[in-house]
Design a protein around this ligand. Structure first.
Ligand code: XIL
Length: 332
């Protein structure tokens, strides 16, 4: 009789364990005080029900993959088109998700009219009008803004962009953004600076200088568009993050994806991809100032690098080894 009771209890426990799958990433991240995010194309929310379901279940932060870029928002001078961005904001609010605004000042995806020959005074007016309109519209609803994106080139020198006719455009952009929304945390964001090296040195010097001048900058974003050759340890990523943290900056991983292409069997590469995701997340979790970990998309099917399957869900929304690796890293 006693044995039978134990048997029943075990069956019941087994059943309960099955009925209770491991919590989604979002729930695990919230327990660790981390924002876990994904880049979003709002049109997919309308086209593909599963996209929104997975997004809201697994993430507590969204960023616009394209719809908040200059070329999407201000198609001709003074004419703003906020429909898609509004849709994303509504989705985020409904699902209690924070929003990263991406991005105010970037040399890519600019509208054609921005390539006119403007003098410094006119460029200052253009910058001011854009930032006031965009940041002002979403004042209080966007927690973090990528104010300046990729201002340092691969040669570790300041990039030549249409904005550069205004020598202090970086500083001005941050001040304008602060004035338009004093609550939003303002970020500089770039790629290829995850580890120590000349480009990350240049960004460090830039941000240190801004801080010293009293420019309102709150954080730095490391995009983390990676491939299987990336080793966080060899790149000394933890050390790199630490020096930015010591400037008093908040740190976000902002656009992580890991291209699967390369030598080795598919299974091996999926494992390697998972390992890189896990290591980068662990580095973020061990750095007290690293507060957000964001992926550049939800599923491989809609990734900007779809062919190299860089994300944590496959085209059928099945979690890949990388998903489970993040889950493990987030376990208490
Ligand atoms: C990419 C988008 O994912 C693509 O859909 C678009 O065609 C080009 O831009 N760094 C950034 C992102 O800051 O805005 C870029 O997003 C990827 C590189």
């Amino acid at each position: 009789m006693v044995a039978l009771r134990w048997g029943l209890a075990l069956v019941l426990l087994g059943f309960l364990a099955q009925a209770q799958p491991t919590p989604p990433l979002r729930a695990l991240a919230e327990k660790r005080g981390l924002q876990i995010g994904a880049a979003v194309e709002p049109s997919l929310l309308l086209q593909e029900p599963e996209y929104g379901t997975v997004l809201a279940r697994e993430f507590n932060l969204v960023v616009a993959e394209n719809v908040m870029k200059w070329g999407a928002l201000q198609t001709s001078r003074g004419q703003f088109n906020f429909a898609a961005a509004d849709l994303l904001l509504d989705f985020a609010q409904k699902n209690r998700m924070a929003v990263r605004g991406h991005t105010l000042v970037w040399h890519q995806q600019l509208p054609r009219w921005m390539y006119g020959s403007f003098g410094p005074a006119e460029m200052e007016a253009i910058l001011r009008e854009h930032i006031q309109a965009v940041v002002g519209r979403y004042r209080g609803r966007i927690a973090y803004w990528d104010v300046v994106n990729e201002a340092i080139g691969d040669d570790a020198r300041p990039r030549l962009t249409p904005f550069a006719v205004l020598p202090d455009y970086i500083e001005r952009a941050f001040r304008l953004a602060r004035a338009a929304d004093p609550q939003a945390k303002l970020f500089y964001n770039d790629y290829g600076a995850e580890g120590l090296g000349p480009k990350s040195d240049a960004i460090y010097a830039l941000l240190k200088g801004l801080k010293e001048k009293g420019v309102p900058i709150d954080g730095v974003g490391f995009q983390a568009h990676l491939d299987l050759s990336f080793s966080p340890t060899k790149a000394r990523m933890a050390e790199n993050l630490e020096r930015f943290a010591r400037l008093g900056l908040e740190i976000h991983i902002t656009e992580m994806d890991v291209r699967l292409s390369g030598p080795g069997s598919r299974a091996e590469r999926l494992e390697k991809q998972a390992q890189i995701y896990q290591e980068v997340l662990q580095i973020c979790l061990r750095q007290p100032r690293c507060k957000a970990f964001t992926l550049w998309g939800v599923t491989d099917g809609h990734s900007w690098r779809a062919a190299s399957e860089p994300l944590i869900f496959d085209t059928d929304y099945r979690p890949k080894p990388a998903y489970f690796a993040l889950q493990r890293a987030l376990q208490p």
